[in-house]
Write a protein that binds this ligand. Structure first.
Ligand code: ADP
Ligand code: ADP
Length: 238
């Protein structure tokens, strides 16, 4: 089956209410399962064009988040709830303030009942994988970290569970330009190693072109896919 398929998906918030709002209308696309390699899919559009709504539909984030009409399929099945095949990274740092880096990164394994020694061992590998220092950073708390470091923790926290689909909602939107460039390089490097399919929401054209194999350009009012762009390596700024 396809990794993700949208079939004429429309999502209306508060249907029938006074503040009814159609965030996306009639969105159709397919992201295929390529052997041994997930695609990096950029979702590019202005604020309010329904980008996050598309991600939330794939994630099944809230218990009641079905499309208003149409179908959202993940690995061929309608999305009903979040699952271990999908991991999410948000713009605002989602680590727990009262947990240190090690316990934040190990959190998902803890929830799965992985014994402490094993989960700390795996978490330390991931702390290193995202470019943090085990020696210097593992016992720090989020308030002692820079924005870029906190996003590294958030990425480790998500990737340690090895999701096949990684959903990223403007993960670098709050970072300064230099930090953002470093994070983009890190993400590409990690993605090549994970073989996961990535959906990356951004309103930066440069960021979408730099990162993506393919870009869906979303327009406003209501959100529809305006066009689909395939980025060849030769199109990329070097
Ligand atoms: P984007 O990620 O492109 O900024 P969103 O998917 O977050 O867009 O939102 C698309 C539109 O849907 C926005 O205009 C937003 O105000 C509206 N919207 C989002 N969530 C809700 C909600 N829970 N209730 C009502 N309207 C919402
Ligand atoms: P495997 O690749 O088969 O999981 P590892 O040597 O990587 O083997 O890990 C040893 C143990 O640690 C496994 O039995 C598994 O329970 C646990 N483990 C390692 N990585 C993860 C992970 N990302 N998610 C859940 N459990 C993990």
């Amino acid at each position: 089956p396809h990794v993700v398929e949208f079939r004429s998906v429309t999502k209306t918030y508060n249907p029938g209410g006074g503040n009814e709002f159609t965030a996306i209308r009639d969105v159709t696309f397919v992201v295929q399962d390529l052997v041994d390699k997930g695609e990096f899919v950029g979702i590019l559009g202005p604020s309010g064009s329904g980008k996050s709504t598309i991600l939330r539909l794939i994630a099944g984030l809230r218990p009641q988040f079905p499309p208003t009409s149409g179908e959202v399929l993940v690995f061929g099945r309608p999305v009903e709830r979040p699952g271990p095949d999908r991991g999410m990274v948000f713009q605002d740092y989602t680590s727990f303030d009262h947990r240190n880096v090690l316990d934040n990164v190990a959190f998902g394994l803890e929830c799965r009942g992985v014994p402490r020694k094993v989960r700390y061992e795996v978490a330390r590998e991931w702390i290193a994988n995202v470019g943090l220092s085990v020696a210097k950073d593992q016992y720090k708390y989020p308030h002692e970290l820079s924005g870029g470091m906190r996003q590294r923790v958030a990425i480790a926290q998500t990737l340690i569970l090895r999701p096949r689909i990684i959903l990223m909602d403007e993960p670098f939107g709050a970072l300064d330009p230099m930090t953002r460039m470093n994070m983009q390089d890190l993400l590409i490097d990690l993605w090549r190693r994970t073989q996961a399919t990535v959906f990356f929401v951004t309103h930066s054209i440069e960021e979408a072109v730099f990162l993506s194999d393919r870009i869906y350009v979303v327009s406003n009012s209501p959100g529809t896919i305006l066009r689909e762009l395939t980025i060849e390596p030769s199109d990329r700024p070097s």
